[in-house]
Design a protein around this ligand. Structure first.
Ligand SMILES: [Zn+2]
Length: 187
C-alpha cells in the first residue's frame, strides 16, 4: 500500500518524508505499487528508484542526447528513451544494472522486447542505444511484403494471368489423358 496526495496526484512509498507534509484531507491510500498515466498518478521523484539513480546525471545525459536527436523522460520508475528509430524503456535492475527494453518504431514489431541487462552505467547504455540505431541505419529492417491485388479485367496483367491459367489447364488435361491411357494399359 502506498500513500497518495489526492490533490496533486503524486504517489509515495511508505516512509517517504514527503508523506508527513501532505495535509490530512488530501492524504489517500493506493493499493497498487505501479503507477501509470492511466491511473492518473505520478510517483514522487524522491520515491522513484530510477529518478534517484539518475539524480545527478541529467547534464551529461542531455549533452549526449541533444546531439543525437534522442529524448528521454524519467517517470514512474522508468527511463523512457525515444530515438529517431526506436523506443526504449529502462528499469533499475540488480545492483547498479539497468534492464533495457526495446521496440522498433519503423519495423513490423510494435512490442517491447528485452534487449539487455548488461549495462550498469546510464551513459554506456545510451551509447549502446545510439550504436544500435547507427547499425539500423546501415541495415534497415525489411519492409513488410505487400500482397498483390488480383489483376483487373482488361489489363495486361489480367490477360497474362489468363494465358497462364489456360496453359496450366491444358497441361493438366494432357496429364489426365496420359493417366487414363496408363490405367487402361494396366488392364
Ligand atoms: Zn515520496
Amino acid at each position: 500500500m502506498n500513500m497518495v496526495n489526492m490533490k496533486s496526484r503524486v504517489a509515495h512509498y511508505p516512509g517517504c518524508h514527503f508523506v508527513s507534509r501532505i495535509s490530512e484531507v488530501n492524504l489517500g491510500y493506493y493499493e497498487n505499487t505501479y503507477y501509470t498515466k492511466e491511473d492518473g498518478y505520478r510517483l514522487c521523484k524522491c520515491c522513484d528508484p530510477m529518478a534517484r539513480r539518475l539524480n545527478d546525471r541529467d547534464e551529461e545525459m542531455l549533452d549526449f542526447c541533444r546531439e543525437r536527436a534522442i529524448s528521454y523522460k524519467v517517470e514512474n520508475g522508468e527511463l523512457m528513451i525515444t530515438t529517431p528509430f526506436s523506443d526504449w524503456k529502462a528499469y533499475p535492475g540488480e545492483g547498479s544494472r539497468y534492464i533495457l527494453y526495446h521496440r522498433n518504431t519503423r519495423g513490423n514489431t510494435k512490442c517491447y522486447h528485452l534487449q539487455t541487462d548488461r549495462y550498469s552505467d546510464v551513459m554506456k547504455m545510451l551509447e549502446y542505444i545510439d550504436d544500435h540505431d547507427r547499425y539500423r541505419l546501415d541495415n534497415p529492417l525489411p519492409k513488410p511484403k505487400k500482397v498483390k491485388a488480383a489483376p483487373k479485367n482488361g489489363t495486361k496483367r489480367y490477360r497474362a494471368a489468363e494465358r497462364r491459367n489456360k496453359e496450366k489447364k491444358r497441361r493438366q488435361e494432357i496429364r489426365n489423358v496420359l493417366n487414363l491411357i496408363d490405367s487402361l494399359a494396366l488392364i
